[in-house]
Design a protein around this ligand. Structure first.
Ligand SMILES: [Fe+2]
Ligand SMILES: [Fe+2]
Length: 411
């Protein structure tokens, strides 16, 4: 007989039968994954997912009272950084913009050099990753909002910067040390270098690819790997991610059809960051999906991602990531502009008070976690709403301008 019991995530241990996390906002099947905990790493991942309570089935695994082995003493998650004062945050936002602009130029250059078969400047790439990692460490919100600003025709190289940024942020949430965070960032930055060898008319084709064109695109991991293997000084983990970021946990990915933990850790991380950035960006053949909706959809794709890593990614970006459009209980529509890492259900939002036309929108910045704030998010609005209101780019511009003129939401 099933015996479900709610316990603190900190009491999870090897031998227990995990039956899902417990949180009021969990509304999709992914969060209800059930499995027997066989490895200490699963305990660490569950703890790093950011939930306080979970369910175990004591008829299928050990009970909390008889457990003596806690299963792990691995590195605990880094505590969230304390909130940054508003003026410092604005400075960070400007710094992130500067990093982004210079990264744009170097990355464009990097792809050009690769296309010409010239040597990769690994040191320059490392310097760039260093800057990105430093900004993410000071405050991940700044660069994570800037990387959303991309046009479809700039996608390939801006995507490299975005994946790099998300890899650093994810590695930090996973509790990795500074060196590992930069390794993850560098691997993310170079993951798609093989796209330099794909004809541009195929790469940027507006519309559906033919089977043959799809096969051409699918060669980019191998082409990138071959290119990078030609240079001394390119670390193995970069080669791995370049070759394996399109593998899927169930073995249905490419090019190696690797399964589960056969896929190296950084590639499993890159797979999540890569897909998230792809589906939340405007592409030549499709409009961007809403960030919160994208996470919900990704959560429903069984067999694609490493689930504990995906969970940690959600914790990194928030349940309603920056750029999500949400509806508030007050009836207003709002854009998420910053995470509150202490409570992912209460981000800072820009609430729109009028919606008769885009031009007439008035807005107010609200910190939903403020003690005197009684408005709450009741649902995400989804891509159809955004598309029908033409809001994506406009709201991002509003986001940046908003930081210049808006009062401190916390005061
Ligand atoms: Fe790729
Ligand atoms: Fe990619």
């Amino acid at each position: 007989m099933t015996q479900i019991k709610k316990i603190s995530v900190s009491d999870l241990a090897v031998g227990m039968y995990f039956s899902g996390f417990d949180a009021p906002w969990i509304d999709n099947p992914f969060w209800r994954t059930k499995f027997l905990i066989e490895h200490a790493a699963d305990v660490t991942r569950a703890r790093n997912a950011g939930f306080e309570f979970c369910w175990i089935d004591t008829s299928l695994g050990r009970d909390v009272s008889v457990v003596t082995d806690t299963g792990t003493d691995e590195a605990a998650i880094a505590p969230p950084a304390p909130p940054m004062p508003e003026n410092e945050y604005r400075e960070e936002l400007n710094e992130a913009l500067r990093i982004y602009e210079s990264a744009k130029e170097s990355t464009q250059q990097m792809f050009k050099q690769a296309r010409l078969g010239k040597t990769l400047d690994v040191e320059r790439c490392q310097d760039l990753v260093e800057e990105i990692a430093a900004s993410v460490t000071r405050n991940s919100n700044a660069l994570l909002s800037i990387i959303r600003l991309k046009r479809a025709d700039e996608y390939t190289y801006l995507h490299s910067i975005a994946v790099c940024t998300m890899m650093v942020a994810l590695a930090r949430t996973m509790g990795m040390d500074t060196i590992a965070c930069k390794e993850a960032g560098l691997a993310g930055y170079l993951h798609d270098v093989g796209k330099a060898f794909i004809p541009l008319d195929v790469l940027n084709k507006p519309g559906k690819l033919t089977d043959q064109e799809f096969r051409i695109i699918q060669r980019h991991p191998t082409l990138g790997y071959e290119y990078l293997s030609g240079f001394a000084g390119v670390p193995d983990y970069v080669l791995d991610v370049c070759l394996h970021h399109h593998e899927k946990i169930d073995g249905s990915g490419y090019p190696g059809r690797q399964q589960g933990n056969q896929i190296d850790l950084y590639s499993r991380m890159a797979a999540v960051c890569d897909v998230y950035d792809a589906i939340t960006s405007d592409r030549s053949y499709k409009a961007a999906w809403d960030p919160a909706e994208s996470l919900a959809r990704m959560a429903s794709w069984t067999g694609h991602f490493d689930r504990p890593i995906f969970l940690t990614f959600v914790k990194t970006l928030g349940i309603y990531p920056i750029g999500s459009i949400v509806k508030l209980r007050s009836g207003r529509t709002a854009l998420v502009i910053r995470q509150n890492h202490k409570d992912l259900t209460k981000p800072v939002v820009k609430a729109f008070t009028t919606a008769l036309s885009i031009e007439a929108l008035e807005s107010e910045i609200i910190d939903l976690s403020a003690p005197d704030q009684d408005d709450v998010i009741i649902e995400r609005s989804g891509q159809d709403w955004i598309r029908s209101n033409g809001l994506v780019l406009d709201s991002l511009k509003a986001l940046l301008e908003g930081f210049e003129s808006a009062p401190d939401p916390g005061q």
